[in-house]
Design a protein around this ligand. Structure first.
Ligand code: SAM
Length: 209
């Protein structure tokens, strides 16, 4: 048994040099842990999605959700969140009266988590989370669409929205604006900001150009 006092052990620990081998071990195990988290928790469901279209999960902040909801005020009917993560926007939209409120999400863990949140809030039967690739969802009947995706995919998303959405649709983008569209309203500041786009106004802008 080591008979040193805790103070002595701590002093020895403080003075011990980690060395290059120790640094390499720490770096390797950190890298492995990050990779395991990516493959096991964040990436499942994305194997068939091209790398350039893969968007990581980052939840919207509370202020961002509120800004999105402010921009949707006065709107009615159904709502679709493309890449719904843990379902926070869909659940909030449902609580604000949007029916049906549907989230499309590829990551099965996030779909389960979103359903758990809906169950805990007592909305299991009325809020829908579908494990589907957002690029394959037909949006032709959608009137209210929310998105919080990476800037790298927003040009492509614009094309999909432009082709499929009806004229009376409203698109609300959180954190990153759609690169070529002109917003009809903006709410919030910094990373919490959200932009609203009227599909009809957008089509008029494109025709005028
Ligand atoms: C930045 S997070 C936003 C999550 C949520 N909408 C929010 O505001 O908290 C983007 C989400 O889109 C999902 N996603 C990315 N590509 C997708 C795809 N092709 N189909 C469905 N979901 C996708 C990711 O798994 C991630 O959960």
């Amino acid at each position: 048994m080591d008979d040193g006092t805790p103070d002595e052990a701590f002093a020895e620990f403080k003075t011990r040099q980690i060395g290059a081998w120790g640094v390499a071990q720490i770096a390797a195990s950190t890298g492995l842990a990050v990779y395991a988290m990516w493959v096991g928790i964040l990436q499942p469901g994305f194997r068939k999605v091209p790398l350039r279209l893969q968007v990581p999960y980052i939840p919207a902040s509370k202020a961002q959700v509120q800004n999105v909801m402010t921009l949707l005020r006065g709107r009615k009917g159904g709502l679709v969140d493309l890449g719904s993560g843990d379902g926070r926007i869909v659940l909030e939209a449902h609580q604000q009266g949007f029916t049906p409120a549907v989230g499309y999400e590829l990551n099965p863990w996030l779909v389960r988590l979103a359903r758990f949140h809906a169950w805990r809030a007592g909305h299991t039967a009325t809020v829908l989370y579908r494990r589907e690739d957002l690029w394959k969802v037909d949006l032709s009947e959608c009137k209210n669409i929310t998105v919080f995706l990476a800037p790298s995919v927003l040009s492509l998303l614009q094309k999909k929205l432009q082709t499929e959405l009806p004229d009376d649709a409203l698109v609300v983008a959180g954190r990153f604006p759609l690169p070529d569209w002109t917003p009809c309203r903006i709410e919030g500041h910094g990373v919490d900001r959200a932009w609203a786009y009227s599909m009809q106004a957008q089509r008029q802008h494109i025709q005028e150009k």
